[in-house]
Design a protein around this ligand. Structure first.
Ligand code: NAD
Length: 489
């Protein structure tokens, strides 16, 4: 079995990281690059035995880590952030090779954000407190106790950013972690294990297991020693995980898919609205928060569409390592086929492709043309289901009430974006939208202290700032009577 691979000059150990050492599996799976299909490595394929070993390591390391003073935990998280910054270029190129997202975004946005995830939760931990309060002279004192080993399961569309958005608060809270990254993008999680070890994180505090969701993943989420499960991924997987977690009553945080609306009112700055709409093609449309349903007021729909087409047609599609590229490949042949299946069924049902509507035959491989569909029925599959590719639909509305009704008419509720020049309208509409996040005249502004999560089938629970610590900790209230102390002199 091969234990190592080299990707873009970066050496990566492809085994698990359990209890502070590398552990192989009898079987491996092959990791391919979505850019050109190149083989990136043979990755350890974990199962129930590796899940048990990782959980045992996390359980053994828990008491000492939980007892480590907050300041020391925070120092170690900052040391991990330093390591991320030191290896930023390596992490960026490995992530791009593995999941096909733009190198320039990884360099300038994503990897700095990964370091920030650690710094933010380290600093937040140090100021985490609730003011004591009194009940008939008794003092109530609220504390956040570490909960135990946490199972963290993440998807491929933003692998290291989404993993560390869970790892950082879980560790800050005094928990130990077993991280399972997605099998389509396993590499940067392995580098994170190296960085954490170099930073001095004690053995067993962070464990990384590789493998398929239905194998090592399901063994982890049904493990009786898991004290928390935080999952980001698709709705069907979330339902399977929730069922497994129910057997042990393990608390869950679920960050799932969406079919978010972008509402464009006639009073909006139309150029801004078009910029916001074109931004929805970022990461080749593989962003949970994407506003994939453009709801445009009828009176400006024609002009909006004209400007949108001009702007979207200028996007450069190609190799994500090239600075000039705006849209890279999709992740996998299965994903490309899924995207095209949605589009072809919509076209058969009467939709019209204003732009795109096919894979990019010139580039071949996994590149799908940025697509805009109109003439779609509200109850059709293309309006109701998450495509997770560069595919937007455009519908029109005549009144504010109609806009809100259409916006809320899916089973999701992750995010919504409103483009309007009227502040009162923004407040009125925003208050009626079912969404974990509403952006007004902006998109993807995400502060780590803000609550993040989805309503309806877009998720369960919120993470971010205090909400992360509420989830990752056993929150305790200690009530102390005013008298009853013995006098010890
Ligand atoms: P997925 O559900 O197929 O897989 C996600 C992870 O779950 C992978 O690591 C996979 O191995 C694991 N898994 C699969 N079956 C499992 C099981 N039975 N038990 C335990 N683990 C299992 O999702 P995906 O295709 O990798 O990701 C795309 C989805 O993620 C989209 O729906 C997208 O909207 C969603 N997403 C949501 C957010 C958010 O914050 N709300 C962010 C990014 C992506």
């Amino acid at each position: 079995m091969t234990d190592r691979t080299i990707v873009a000059g970066v050496a990566i150990d492809t085994r698990h990281w359990i209890g502070g050492r590398r552990v192989g599996s009898a079987e491996t799976f092959t990791d391919h690059s979505p850019i050109d299909g190149a083989v990136l490595g043979e990755i350890a394929r974990g199962g129930a035995a590796e899940a048990d070993a990782a959980m045992a390591a996390a359980k053994a390391a828990f008491p000492a880590w939980a007892a480590t003073p907050r300041a020391e935990r925070a120092r170690l998280l900052h040391a991990i952030a330093d390591g991320v910054e030191k290896r930023l270029e390596e992490l960026a190129i490995v992530e791009t090779s593995d999941n096909g997202a733009l190198l320039r975004s990884h360099r300038r946005g994503v990897m700095p954000r990964v370091a920030h995830n650690f710094r933010f939760f380290a600093d937040w931990l140090l100021q985490l407190e609730h003011e004591d309060f009194e009940t008939r002279g008794h003092t109530n004192h609220v504390s956040w106790d570490p909960a135990g080993p946490c199972v963290l399961i993440t998807p491929w569309n933003a692998p290291l950013m989404l993993s560390t958005w869970k790892v950082a608060p879980a560790l800050a809270a005094g928990n130990t972690v077993v991280l399972k990254p997605a099998e389509w993008s396993p590499l940067t999680a392995s580098l994170l294990a190296d960085i954490a070890a170099e930073a001095g994180l004690p053995a067993g505090v962070l464990n990384v297991v590789q493998g398929y969701g239905g194998e090592v993943g399901s063994a982890l989420v049904s493990h009786p020693d898991a004290r928390r499960i935080s999952f980001t991924g698709s709705v069907p997987t979330a339902k399977a995980i929730a069922a497994a977690a129910a057997a042990n009553l393990t608390p869950l945080s679920l960050e799932l898919g969406g079919k978010s609306p972008l509402l464009v009112f006639a009073d909006a700055d139309l150029d801004l609205a078009v910029d916001l709409a074109v931004e929805q093609y970022d990461n080749a449309g593989q962003v949970c928060l994407s506003g994939t349903r453009l709801l445009v007021e009828s009176s400006v729909a024609e002009e909006f569409t004209r400007r949108f087409v001009a702007k979207a047609s200028a996007l450069q599609q190609g190799d994500p390592r090239d600075e000039a590229t705006d849209i890279g490949p999709n992740i996998h042949q299965r994903q490309l086929e899924k995207i095209d299946g949605f589009v072809q069924r919509a076209l058969t049902a009467g939709a019209r492709a204003v732009i795109g509507g096919t894979p990019n035959e010139e580039l071949g491989g996994l590149y799908y043309r940025p697509t805009l569909l109109t003439d779609v029925a509200q109850d059709s599959e293309i309006v109701q289901e998450e495509v997770f590719g560069p595919v937007l639909v455009l519908q029109t509305f005549d009144t504010e009430d109609e806009a809100v009704r259409l916006a809320n008419d899916t089973r999701f509720g992750l995010a919504a974006t409103v483009a309007t020049g009227d502040r009162e309208r923004a407040e009125r509409v925003g208050a009626q939208l079912v969404a974990g996040t509403v952006w007004v005249n902006c998109f993807f502004v995400r502060d780590l202290q803000a609550p993040f999560g989805g309503s309806r089938e877009s998720g369960v629970g919120r993470e971010g700032g205090d909400w992360s610590f509420d989830f990752y900790c056993d929150v305790k209230n200690t009530v102390t009577a005013p008298n009853g102390w013995r006098n010890h002199g």
